[in-house]
Design a protein around this ligand. Sequence first.
Ligand code: ZN
Length: 106
Amino acid sequence: MTNKMEIKKGDTVLIIKGKDKGKSGKVIKVFPKENRLIIDGLNLIKKIKRPQKTDEKGEIMSVPGKIQRANVMLICPNCKKPTKIGHLIENGKKYRKCKKCGAKII
Ligand SMILES: [Zn+2]
């Protein structure tokens, strides 16, 4: 599998493409099969909230929409820079590694 998702929930990522380019935020959900993810408060899309009761009006809300994995870069928690993800094996376990500073990213 080459398109394995390397970004995990809780990671901080930088958007490098699209209308929110240059902004960074925390990943709150990942969709490995679609190669997409959702970042807290970014890539907002309008959604209509259906009324709960018949006498209520539908409400338009802004919610963070899915974004392509290819449009974001991981921000290394150690050097705080956007980086590509490398790998390292330690005690038989595979970890992600920052390609900039070499720090292990858990
Ligand atoms: Zn780093």
